[in-house]
Ligand binder design. Structure first.
Ligand SMILES: Nc1ncnc2c1ncn2[C@@H]1O[C@H](COP(=O)(O)OP(=O)(O)OP(=O)(O)O)[C@@H](O)[C@H]1O
Ligand SMILES: [Mg+2]
Length: 324
């Protein structure tokens, strides 16, 4: 449904994005994740035919964004970073206006407005001036205009930015609800948001794609080592030596023990793809010590994100922050 092939955009001499290639299938919800200035908005503006790429190809529903920009826009609902709302219009009039400039018939506009008002739960604000709405509700008006002309593709640029936590939850639910019928691209730099809304994530950093995968796969793919935490009641030196001797263990480190506890916590790195928990447990028991806890540690999305967006000359910068 959306296809980018080697898309590059220069602003003057500055490459905002370089050689971006990915595709989004029909009905898929893809998260576009990256720090400030990564190139998310630039990529979205190209997809929505607002700015042309310097080089490379981008098509939406089979239409080229440069040669068929009007067809592209007909298929797309776009929520830009800053929504150009006309604050001296009522919600209803604003939506009617947006429908008109998109070439919708009066009849279709009349039929669609109540539908989008309901979808975006704006019933109470039907006749309110946009200027009187809170940020979260303005954002919903932005989403309402996005889906008014029943586009099959939605491009939402940081739809939850600046919204309070309660409205963020509602807005995310709204977006997730839209996901079923639409092909969706949502940009954000809020990591948990991606796994909540999207099936796949494209991580972009300094204008380049650094990873494309399902949120849950990123964790496994990136993990160079498996980490296990183990709490053992027993003499530190012997326990550490024994754990180190288990085949497949690469490193053992003692972590700070919670105050008032009589056991030690160790962090163990093992070779990738191995689950050494049974062997570790057996070694502790064999030593005659108490095994209090044994846990495999996943990598959080935050860690993945940091790892991916940390430059190569600082490898493994995400090595877990050890408490000292
Ligand atoms: N119109 C422009 N003229 C010059 N440089 C631009 C322009 N638009 C974007 N840039 C630059 O391109 C880079 C990518 O910007 P972009 O807005 O795409 O980032 P972003 O990922 O959306 O960031 P944010 O999370 O802050 O919204 C930035 O370095 C930005 O300064
Ligand atoms: Mg942006």
């Amino acid at each position: 449904m959306i296809e980018l092939d080697g898309v590059t955009k220069f602003f003057g001499n500055y490459p905002a994005i370089t050689d971006i290639t990915f595709r989004v299938e029909k009905g898929e919800a893809v998260g576009f994740l990256g720090p400030n200035g990564a190139g998310k908005s630039t990529t979205m503006k190209i997809i929505t035919a607002f700015i042309p790429p310097t080089s490379g190809n981008c098509t939406v529903a089979g239409y080229n964004v440069v040669t068929h920009s009007l067809d592209v826009r007909r298929h797309i609902g776009y929520l830009p970073e800053t929504v150009p709302l006309y604050t001296d219009m009522s919600v209803k009039d604003y939506l009617a206006f947006m429908g008109k400039i998109r070439g919708m018939s009066q009849q279709r506009i009349r039929a669609r407005i109540p539908e989008v008002i309901e979808t975006c739960r704006l019933q109470e604000y039907y006749n309110s001036y946009v200027s009187k709405l809170s940020k979260g509700f303005r954002q919903r008006v932005g989403i309402a205009q996005c889906i008014l002309h029943e586009p099959d593709v939605l491009v939402l640029d940081e739809p939850t930015i600046g919204i309070d936590p309660i409205q963020v939850v509602e807005t995310r639910n709204l977006i997730r609800g839209l996901g079923g019928d639409h092909t969706l691209i949502v940009s954000t730099h809020i990591l948990p948001e991606v796994s909540m809304i999207c099936e796949r994530v494209v991580i972009i950093h300094e204008g380049q794609i650094v990873a494309v995968d399902k949120p849950e796969n990123l964790a496994t793919r990136l993990r160079g080592v498996e980490r296990v935490e183990i709490d053992v009641r027993g003499p530190t030196k012997e326990v550490m030596a024994t754990l180190k001797d288990v085949e497949g263990v690469q490193a053992v480190e003692r972590k700070r023990t919670p105050a008032g506890e009589d056991f030690n916590t160790y962090e163990i790195e093992t070779v990738r793809g191995s689950d050494l928990r049974p062997q570790l447990a057996a070694a502790v028991v064999k030593g005659g010590w108490n095994l209090v806890r044994l846990q495999s540690m996943g990598m959080s999305l935050e860690e993945i994100f940091l790892r991916l967006t940390t430059t190569e000359d600082q490898p493994a910068a995400v090595a877990p922050a050890t408490t000292t």
